[in-house]
Every structure is written in structure tokens, then in C-alpha cells.
Design a protein. Structure first.
Length: 405
């Protein structure tokens, strides 16, 4: 089967990008032909075995000299933020939006003509899948949650989402919370909903025995036997990192041997660093973005992973951490309660630094006192959330949509 995927973001640096990359590479392993249309603002972008990439190039204003010839003269737009762009869809001028639409419409038409896909899989119920609505190929969508935030924030763009939902055969929801939101926003299309778990890449995220000092040292952190508390993700408000820093001000005194490592970047990083300084935090380290293989190493040397989000449509980072055997402390909202429980960590109340600090202290104590816990956490993730397992469900969905089932 030939599958054309369309994503609003590069395949590194965002949850939907990682989701798309994981699906594409696993589908290729099953023998499918896969092409992904995506935005890029770097000439030297990652390639993936068995996956054809069709980039639409944009210009990073911080590095205009590196722009590819013919690139659109602005950066790709986002719902919240991305490590390589802080442009929101609402920031685009009418002319920029027209250029954005024209570039992706041309890319879609080109691949429909040359790649001849059997099915189009659009990521997000948003602008780009709407451009494929009349291409004559069955359309499947995945709702990622940030698209629904965009639907709420930007009424002037809702017609794209409405068009995509009207045209699609099925819409995949990645959590119970995600499904509830889709039903609420698009009640007329509730019959198209398919619940399908998100999954992690088992080729990258798995238990490893590593030198903690060596891994931390690569990020300028001197290791002297400390316990490691880790956060990984975009530094945007809905991730709740400000609440985490307030919690750190509480647990630093109670956990004198613990350090907190924050991996990621975004428009809130500068403010968060100022907050950490204002709180007098001595053992919080901002290390910026890391590649997925390095993120897997960080999960493996961490004692606890944190997902303090205000709203998390699914929470792939939590599953990736669990796949490495790391217990997770996450907020009790969004998609996280679907898979985080006392067997693998702790759920805490969102927007509550007191409860977050409690959960971290208790989970770290349990992790240090139960050497076998990590093995059970990794087995749970592998059995239920490995992309190698979930991809078979997606294969069956594609076949039903194109009439091969």
C-alpha cells in the first residue's frame, strides 16, 4: 500500500512529528511505501530508511543565511511553539497564509500525481489535510489535541478543520480525553472516530545500562552520585514547567541529593530560567533540546520522569520514559490517566505544586527502594504501547478505508 502522510511540523521536535516519524518508519518496515509532506527550515534535515520525504522549505529568521533557495520567506507556523519556530498561525499575514496554502497544495498535488497514494493520513484536524480533501484519495486524520486548541483560539481558521472532518473517512483519537474533545467539537462526525493508542519507537526507547556521569557530563552537569529528576518537552505554558519549578522550590530541601534536569526549549525558556533564579533553585539544569537517541539515554539514567502538563492530549514522552523503565509522575488530566497509574508512577493534581512535590518525593523514594520496579515498568510499556504492536491496528484501518479489508 502507498501511504501519503502530511504533517504541519518537522518530524523532530514535536509530539506529532515524532508520532508521524514512528508511524512512517514502522509502516515502511511492514513493506508499505510511505511519503511524508512536511515543513522544514534546514537543508540538512534527518532522513529515515524506507521513507520518502517531501519538504516545503521555510526561512528561520534567526538564520536567514541558511535558507534554502526558493524557501518561503517566513518560518513555519505552530499551535503553541516548536524548538525551531515560535510563529503562531495567527501571526501569519494574509499574504503569508496564501503562500503557505499554495506551497502545500502544490506539494500534495505533486505527490498525488507521482506517488499515487492509496490513502492520505493527515496529522491534525487543521489546515493541511483540508488541502487534500478534494484530491480523490481516501483521507484519514489523527487529532493530536493542539489542533483543537487552535480551533478554540482562531475561529477564522475553523473552516479548514471543518473541511478536513467533512472529507475524512476516519479520525483517530489518541486518548479518551482526546476523543471526548473531538466529539464535543465535531458532534456531526462522531461516527468517524476510532480510538487508537499512541506508541513509542522500540528501536530507540528501551532499557540500557549507562554511565550516569558520562551522560550528564555531555550536558555540562557534574555528577557526584545525585538522584536525577527529569523533564523533557517543549517549554510552553500548557506543559506546566512553571508549576514544576515551584515544586522544586519545595522538594530541593527535602531531597538534598537530587538534581532536576530540564530538556527542551521554547518561547517560555527565558522566563522559566528567570523564575528558577528568583526561587533560588540551586540544582535545576536547563540543557536545551536533545535528539531522540540522547533523550533515551537521559530517560535511562533518570530516577523519575515528570509530565506536569496543564493539558496533555496524550503524553508520548511519558510512554517513552516508561519504555526505558523510568517511573513517571504526571498530572491527572488529558490522556495521561489512560496509562499512568500507581504501578508505573503517580498521578497528581494539575496546577498544584504541593501535590507535584509530594508525588516526586514519594516516587523517587519508591524508585530508590525497589530495584526491580524499572523492569516491570518497561515490560508494561512494551506490551501495550510499542509502535510495533500498534502499527498493525493502523494497517487494518487503512485497509478498511481503501476497501482491502
Amino acid at each position: 500500500m502507498r501511504i501519503l502522510m502530511i504533517n504541519h511540523f518537522p518530524l523532530e521536535g514535536s509530539g506529532s512529528g515524532t508520532y508521524t516519524k514512528n508511524l512512517a518508519t514502522q509502516l515502511a518496515k511492514l513493506g508499505h511505501e510511505v511519503c511524508v509532506i512536511l515543513p522544514e527550515n534546514e537543508a540538512d534535515f534527518p532522513q529515515y530508511e524506507g521513507v520518502r520525504l517531501h519538504p516545503v522549505f521555510f526561512t528561520d529568521p534567526a538564520r536567514p543565511q541558511d535558507a534554502v533557495d526558493g524557501a518561503l520567506p517566513f518560518n513555519f507556523p505552530c499551535f503553541t511553539t516548536h524548538p525551531r519556530s515560535v510563529v503562531a498561525f495567527s501571526d501569519l499575514t494574509d499574504g503569508q497564509m496564501d503562500a503557505y496554502i499554495r506551497a502545500f497544495k502544490d506539494a500534495i498535488a505533486d505527490e498525488v500525481r507521482t506517488f499515487e497514494p492509496d490513502v492520505v493520513h493527515g496529522q491534525h484536524v487543521w489546515v493541511l489535510p483540508a488541502l487534500a480533501a478534494d484530491c480523490g484519495v481516501p483521507l484519514v486524520l489523527t487529532a493530536h489535541g493542539t489542533d483543537l486548541m487552535g480551533y478554540d483560539k482562531w475561529p477564522e481558521l475553523r473552516h479548514f478543520a471543518d473541511t478536513a472532518m467533512e472529507a475524512c473517512s476516519k479520525v483517530i483519537c489518541i486518548s479518551a480525553d482526546n476523543e471526548e474533545l473531538v466529539r464535543e467539537v465535531f458532534p456531526a462526525h462522531a461516527d468517524k472516530i476510532v480510538r487508537m493508542r499512541n506508541g513509542y519507537n522500540p528501536d530507540i526507547f528501551y532499557p540500557q545500562t549507562l554511565d550516569r556521569g558520562e551522560v550528564l557530563g555531555r550536558h555540562g552537569i557534574e555528577y557526584a552520585g545525585q538522584d536525577v529528576i527529569l523533564f523533557a518537552g517543549k517549554m510552553t505554558r500548557f506543559k506546566g514547567i512553571d508549576v514544576l519549578l515551584d515544586a522544586a522550590a519545595r522538594y530541593e530541601g527535602e531531597l538534598p541529593n537530587a538534581i532536576t534536569v530540564l530538556a527542551g526549549d521554547g518561547e517560555e525558556r527565558e522566563g522559566l530560567e528567570a523564575q528558577a533564579a528568583r526561587l533560588g533553585l540551586k540544582r535545576v539544569h536547563f540543557i536545551g533540546n536533545v535528539a531522540q537517541d540522547e533523550l533515551a539515554r537521559l530517560y535511562n539514567i533518570a530516577d523519575v520522569d515528570l509530565v506536569p502538563s496543564r493539558r496533555e492530549p496524550f503524553g508520548l514522552v511519558a510512554v517513552e520514559a516508561m519504555a526505558c523503565g523510568t517511573p513517571v509522575v504526571a498530572t491527572n488530566q488529558g490522556g495521561l490517566p489512560d496509562f499512568v497509574n500507581h504501578e508505573v508512577g503517580e498521578l497528581v493534581e494539575p496546577e498544584n505544586d504541593v501535590d507535584l512535590a509530594r508525588g516526586i518525593v514519594e516516587t523517587l523514594g519508591r524508585a530508590l527502594g525497589d530495584a526491580g520496579w524499572r523492569k516491570g515498568i518497561a515490560a508494561y510499556a512494551s506490551g501495550s504501547y510499542s509502535q510495533a504492536v500498534i502499527i498493525k491496528e493502523l494497517d487494518s484501518l487503512y485497509r478498511s478505508v481503501v476497501g482491502l479489508a
